[in-house]
Design a binder for this molecule. Structure first.
Ligand SMILES: *[C@@H]1O[C@H](CO)[C@@H](O)[C@H](O)[C@H]1NC(C)=O
Ligand SMILES: *[C@@H]1O[C@H](CO)[C@@H](O)[C@H](O)[C@H]1NC(C)=O
Ligand SMILES: *[C@@H]1O[C@H](CO)[C@@H](O)[C@H](O)[C@H]1NC(C)=O
Ligand SMILES: *[C@@H]1O[C@H](CO)[C@@H](O)[C@H](O)[C@H]1NC(C)=O
Ligand SMILES: *[C@@H]1O[C@H](CO)[C@@H](O)[C@H](O)[C@H]1NC(C)=O
Length: 387
């Protein structure tokens, strides 16, 4: 049944399922029946303090978190990125938010407030507590977010759809927004969006864009507008660029394209080397040893680079869906060994996470929390207790 839901709802790409669904395994832990504080991290809490990102926390290790559920409809935990050893993640980008003409903002296919995402939003708070900056991303490959009838529209249209984005940033305490413009948008439109985010969220809000690498070299682009013009107009508001060095738009197996971007006028610390985390996620995958060499050469040239970005978490090589955090361990070794954040998990937090996990199962026909049967999470939250 869960296979069917997952297939119907398209929650994850078609993944080989090479293990028994653990929902069938073992007795339900007694803890599930205990009264649980209704929300581990209630919406009423104070906002997390945002540490300014002014290019000083380089080199960044940035990871997109798009696939939120596995092929069985079970939520995927991001916490191993903190609890596994030797990972120094700096930015996690929750995605993909879409602006839908005539409708409401969605996170992938569903409203972000669906209980389906309870695990996601509980865990992002914990990531923030551990010092990881949690941002959102709007746009991506699906069309619609930046059209003349949505965020690139006239003043009335813009206010309507931008308001949905603004409210979402506030509701989920996102510390930044990545603008992944993969359809043509006007120069005035992107400038307006960047300026408005800065005006509404203040100087510490992290605004990034994620162009294909060629677009930062005056070459091929997906966004329509001119990045050098954008840089000239509002570059002071853009923290860094998650440049996509993949899928035919760039390649990080050598330094030459990064060098061209720097020659074009971008400071090396503002250019993050974007990679697919596995060849399953796109073309131009670079093996870690070779990426290490590129990074070594770039640092020899420029002293420091902006960092490494990965698209996306859930199936990263070499661990795959079983151990996707291994990618981040390897990148940490390349980029920033020793700079590891600390997560504090109490028993109460673990208990709440079990509840959130169960509420996040993608079993309900309306995608609203099922919690019909006690199911043992595939994540051992109690093993993470350290405080
Ligand atoms: C958008 O969501 C709000 C509540 O979050 C709801 O009141 C409104 O009807 C929704 N609009 C559309 C077009 O779905
Ligand atoms: C703004 O654009 C919308 C379409 O998105 C259109 O229906 C509306 O008439 C336009 N308003 C003005 C004042 O041009
Ligand atoms: C972006 O690419 C389009 C073709 O897809 C081209 O017409 C346009 O001139 C390019 N813009 C810039 C600023 O390079
Ligand atoms: C990266 O390369 C350096 C220099 O060649 C080497 O010392 C280091 O072990 C390599 N790191 C990784 C993670 O491959
Ligand atoms: C955390 O999970 C609990 C239990 O599912 C839920 O009630 C609460 O709304 C979630 N918190 C957030 C911030 O999503």
């Amino acid at each position: 049944m869960r296979f069917l839901w997952a297939a119907l709802l398209g929650l994850a790409t078609a993944l080989p399922v090479d293990k028994e669904p653990s929902i069938e395994k073992g007795p339900t832990p007694a803890v599930v029946k205990e009264p649980v504080e209704t929300s581990v991290l209630s919406a009423a809490e104070e906002p997390v303090p945002v540490t300014p990102d002014r290019g000083t926390d380089v080199p960044r290790l940035v990871l997109y978190f798009q696939t939120t559920h596995d092929a069985l409809g079970q939520p995927i935990s991001m916490l191993p990125l903190i609890t596994e050893k030797n990972i120094a993640l700096t930015h996690l980008i929750v995605c993909s938010f879409h602006i839908n003409e005539g409708g409401n903002i969605t996170l992938n296919d569903y409203p972000p407030w669906y209980p389906l995402f309870n695990t996601l939003w509980n865990e992002t708070r914990l990531m923030q507590d551990a010092g990881v900056r949690v941002m959102g991303m709007v746009g991506g490959a699906a069309a619609g977010s930046f059209s003349r009838r949505t965020l690139d529209g006239n003043a009335t249209t813009f206010e309507h759809y931008y308001g949905q984005l603004r409210d979402t940033i506030r509701a989920y305490r996102l510390e930044g927004m990545d603008l992944d413009v993969e359809q043509p948008m006007s120069q005035a439109g992107i400038t307006r969006l960047v300026s408005r985010l800065r005006a509404d969220f203040g100087p510490d809000f992290i605004i990034t864009l994620s162009p294909v690498a060629t677009a930062l070299q005056g070459g091929g682009n997906l966004s329509g507008f001119d990045y050098q013009q954008l840089e000239h107009d509002v570059g002071r508001h853009i923290a860094f660029y998650n440049a996509q060095f993949y899928n035919g738009w760039g390649y990080a197996g050598s330094t030459s394209e990064y060098d061209t971007i720097v020659r074009t006028g971008y400071a090396p610390t503002r250019i993050v080397l974007g990679q697919v985390t596995t060849s399953d996620n796109g073309g131009d995958y670079v093996e870690p040893a070779q990426l290490n060499e590129t990074v070594r050469l770039l640092r020899a040239e420029y002293g420091q680079i902006g960092g490494i970005m990965g698209w996306e978490y859930f199936n990263s090589a070499p661990g795959g869906t079983e151990r996707p955090w291994e990618w981040a361990q390897i990148m940490t070794a390349i980029l920033r060994p020793g700079l590891v954040p600390l997560l504090r998990i109490t028993k109460d937090i673990a208990r709440g996470l079990v509840q959130a996990w169960q509420d996040s199962l993608a079993g309900g026909g309306d995608m609203i929390a099922t919690a019909v049967m006690p199911v043992t999470p595939t994540v051992d939250y109690f093993a993470m207790v350290n405080a």
